[in-house]
Design a protein around this ligand. Structure first.
Ligand SMILES: NC(=O)c1ccc[n+]([C@@H]2O[C@H](COP(=O)([O-])OP(=O)(O)OC[C@H]3O[C@@H](n4cnc5c(N)ncnc54)[C@H](O)[C@@H]3O)[C@@H](O)[C@H]2O)c1
Ligand SMILES: [Fe+2]
Length: 407
């Protein structure tokens, strides 16, 4: 098999403790007028006041929108972009969790191209570059600071929707682990588990025939040598440090590991894509109203078990990246050890062990399966093919908490 790779990334990723202080200089070379979007929580912190003051001191005028809500309700974006008065931004700076970063992407899109967000749902619907975007995450999880997708909730639709376009990739991502020190244990666990799910689903995403038009027609193109590199880095860092960061939020080495892992996982799945765990989470999240990371992580051990026969070699590599000593074991044995390790890590950080524990009820299983199988852009990425009966079996196994029933 010949080497193949696709990687779409920001122009610059700046990572390290204190790097948020680089924002002023980066903003000053990006433009003159910044729309800064964040949520109420971060807007009330001294760190935010300091950031805004430094950007202004660098000669950039600033309009702050500090009303981002979790999961980005659709109309909140236009409510922001249509109420700027005389202020005409030439860049957008998003600071916060995945919701703030996704909001910033949507604002940069509407400010450049107008229309309504609904016009851009799906893949490759954004007609050209959006306003330059600087993304500064305060959670270590979604990877949105480097990915080509914004996820929002639409009051007219049951499931959340995505806008996927290479034009939505931030021009600069500034990742400062210090901004995550205030994350409580539960948020650290949920966001970090989302990152591990991104990395493992990207690492096992179906490998496509590397035709020249592949990456021109699809945003997510399956695993490749370049995305594998980032996925394995993320898995290694999370294996080493996720549980530590959840147990002791003051462990600054673990915090940095988890944040770099989240960004690296974003670099992997932003080109490779994710698969069945993310597809099933869309309907599960819609009915249980639970956090995205909690759902994908609860599902991951079942999806890995379903995929075990197709991805033994990859799961064996996952096991080694998670710190398991191969000790002469074959791929099948090691793959199982990798699945067991993910299961025990998630149990240790408080991820629910089944969809029942997540709040799903039994008569919703068929509906969840039928919705999930319809999310084609993710289902097509799964390494073992899925049809409706297989999906029903997988969702039922995850509901019952019976991992082997998913095989
Ligand atoms: N665009 C992508 O590539 C991508 C990938 C995965 C998930 N997502 C989306 O991202 C969203 C989830 O993002 P998230 O998990 O980062 O959470 P979030 O942005 O929704 O924030 C959740 C809560 O955590 C708080 N918070 C954020 N940073 C904090 C900090 N440092 N200290 C204390 N509290 C803090 C927020 O104020 C909020 O109340 C979902 O909408 C999900 O669908 C997007
Ligand atoms: Fe995710």
């Amino acid at each position: 098999m010949s080497l193949f790779g696709v990687l779409r990334l920001p122009n610059e990723i700046v990572f390290g403790v204190g790097q948020r202080h680089a924002l002023a200089a980066i903003a000053a070379r990006t433009g003159k007028r910044a729309l800064v979007v964040t949520d109420e929580r971060f807007a009330s912190t001294p760190a935010f006041a300091e950031i805004v003051a430094s950007v202004k001191a660098a000669g950039v005028s600033v309009h702050v929108h500090d009303a981002v809500l979790p999961d980005v309700p659709r109309d909140t974006v236009a409510a922001c972009t249509q109420n700027l008065g005389d202020f005409s931004p030439d860049m957008v700076i998003g600071i916060g969790g995945g919701s703030c970063l996704d909001f910033a992407k949507c604002a940069a899109l509407l400010l450049r191209h107008g229309g309504a967000l609904q016009d851009y749902y799906g893949e490759f619907k954004v007609p050209g570059p959006v306003l330059p975007l600087i993304a500064v995450p305060t959670t270590a999880g979604t990877g949105s600071e480097v990915t080509p997708v914004a996820v929002i909730s639409d009051p007219d639709r049951t499931l959340k929707v995505g806008i996927s376009s290479p034009y939505l990739i931030a021009s600069s991502a500034i990742c400062d682990p210090e901004l995550t020190y205030s994350c409580p244990a539960g948020l650290t666990a949920i966001a970090g588990a989302d990152a591990l799910t991104h990395a493992i689903e990207a690492f096992t995403a179906l490998r496509r025939d590397p035709a020249p038009e592949l990456a021109q027609k699809h945003v997510f193109v399956g695993k490749s040598a370049l995305t594998d590199h980032f996925a394995l880095l993320a898995i290694e860092l999370l294996g080493r440090s996720l549980e530590r960061a959840v147990r002791d939020g003051g462990d600054i080495e673990a915090r940095a590991d988890v944040m770099m892992a989240a960004t690296a996982a974003g670099c992997a799945f932003g080109s490779a894509g994710t698969a069945a765990a993310h597809a099933i989470q869309y309907p599960v999240g819609a009915v249980t109203h639970t956090a995205h990371g909690l759902g994908v992580a609860a599902l991951l051990p079942y999806v890995m078990t379903y995929n075990r026969s197709a991805s033994a070699a990859e799961f064996a590599q996952v096991a080694i990246a998670l710190g398991i000593d191969p000790g002469g074991r074959d791929d099948v044995d090691l793959a199982q050890a990798g699945i067991d390790k993910v299961t025990s890590l998630f149990a240790a950080i408080g991820i629910p062990v089944s969809l029942k524990a997540l709040g799903l009820v039994g008569d919703q299983v068929e509906w969840v399966a039928s919705q999930a199988i319809g999310i084609e852009r993710l289902i097509k990425n799964n390494p073992r093919p899925l049809d409706l009966p297989a999906m029903v079996r997988l969702v039922q196994a995850a509901f019952d908490g019976d991992r082997e029933a998913a095989a």
